[in-house]
Design a protein around this ligand. Structure first.
Ligand code: TMP
Length: 262
């Protein structure tokens, strides 16, 4: 597939122009960062696993009627996506006290919240992605009141879907982060889910042991980061056999002819 010029490089992904107008190619790197880039490592195989896990989840969300930017996976590290204007917010949904919420409110990590809560953070690395209110979002024109309503409704629907999906795989969904974008179609603007959903952007605990299977393993220097991601993929049924380890360099994950070409 023809890949156009690079238009953006983030901490864990690169975006290239896509083969047709309105499309992009999203490339998953092996880089991991935490604490606003203060900590960095290259974790071999992470990008391949996140590409597969995000494909699996975004496709599942599309099937239950939640619009996403995902079109199809192209190869081990890349997927074709719809070009959107990213809303500069991180939308976090929490079911269980952990991370920054546990710290800020003095809650015990692992305690279930009275109900799921949605939070917004303004995407700005220089500021360390500060938490913002709905009033900030409309006042500074980062999003409209309608978009806030839509993001919250979609975020809770994604939470329902993901909670069930992971529960069926013996995984407790603690919290996760979403990003949304605007897709322009003539005069119409459509809000759709963008970015990725993977162990980089979720807290996932083994339902039996409580062990982290997500990027907290990296944040907290626990080791076994890629192994945790691989176990998530295995339990979701994404890695079908032992050869599909997610760290292979050759075309081991091939499932269609298209993949060899990239
Ligand atoms: P937090 O507890 O550190 O605020 O994180 C909440 C959730 O958001 C957690 O699942 C990890 C995810 N997250 C990101 O995806 N990117 C980020 O930059 C941060 C800080 C958190």
């Amino acid at each position: 597939m023809a890949r156009g010029k690079q238009i953006y490089e983030g901490k864990a992904k690169i975006l290239y122009e896509g083969p047709e107008p309105g499309t992009l190619i999203q490339h998953f790197k092996d880089d991991a960062t935490a604490f606003n880039n203060q900590k960095h490592a290259v974790l071999e195989g992470k990008g391949v696993l996140n590409n597969r896990i995000s494909e699996f989840i975004m496709s599942g969300l599309e099937r239950v009627g939640i619009p996403t930017h995902f079109i199809r996976r192209i190869n081990m590290r890349e997927q074709l996506i719809r070009h959107v204007e990213i809303i500069p917010l991180e939308v976090v949904v929490r079911n269980v006290a952990a991370g920054s919420l546990a710290k800020r409110l003095g809650l015990n990590e692992g305690d279930a919240l009275p109900r799921s809560v949605v939070e917004f953070y303004y995407k700005d690395d220089k500021l360390g992605d500060p938490m913002v209110s709905e009033d900030h979002i409309t006042a500074f024109n980062w999003g409209s009141a309608q978009e806030i309503d839509d993001m919250m409704a979609y975020a809770l629907r994604v939470n329902d879907y993901l909670s069930g999906l992971f529960a069926g795989a013996g995984i407790r969904l603690i919290d996760f982060k979403l990003e949304f974008g605007r897709q322009y179609e003539g005069d119409l603007v459509r809000l759709i889910l963008a970015d990725e959903i993977s162990p980089d952007s979720c807290r996932l605990w083994d339902a039996d042991t409580g062990d982290s299977m997500d990027k907290d393993r990296f944040r907290k220097d626990m080791g076994g980061v890629v192994e945790g991601y691989r176990e998530v993929a295995r339990r979701l049924g994404i890695l079908r056999n032992e050869n599909e380890r997610g760290d292979a360099k050759g075309p081991v994950l091939v499932s269609s002819n298209d993949e060899n070409k990239a």
